[in-house]
Design a protein around this ligand. Structure first.
Ligand code: SF4
Ligand code: SF4
Length: 98
């Protein structure tokens, strides 16, 4: 299993997505100057059942995902998101053991 490793000087807050509000418009991806947002690969249960059994890959239906190690918390993605699906979360909340 791969875990995101944040540097000690990582921003105190990072963007997070409410998937119930996200319509997959990609505006946040276009707005991010650091390529820190991407579309997760299409995953279906029939294809990933062996991973589900081992919990190697967390099940997610999110339309976007973050490369937090690249994010500098500029906030441009939040400004670009018309449905207001993005909000800030504290680094400690996202990565309690980092
Ligand atoms: S801009 Fe908002 S609604 Fe559009 S893909 Fe990004 S998070 Fe989802
Ligand atoms: S806060 Fe800035 S760097 Fe981080 S994901 Fe959003 S647009 Fe990209």
């Amino acid at each position: 299993m791969t875990e995101t490793v944040l540097k000690n000087d990582a921003p105190a807050r990072l963007p997070t997505v409410d998937s119930s509000r996200c319509d997959g418009c990609n505006q946040c991806i276009k707005a991010c100057p650091r390529a820190a947002i991407y579309k997760p690969g299409e995953v279906t249960c029939s294809k990933c059942i062996k991973y589900c059994l081992s919990m190697e890959v967390p099940c997610s239906h999110a339309r976007i995902a973050f490369s937090y190690e690249a994010c500098d918390a500029c906030g441009r993605c939040l400004s670009a998101c018309v449905p207001r699906a993005l909000s800030w979360a504290s680094r400690e909340w996202l990565f309690p053991r980092s």
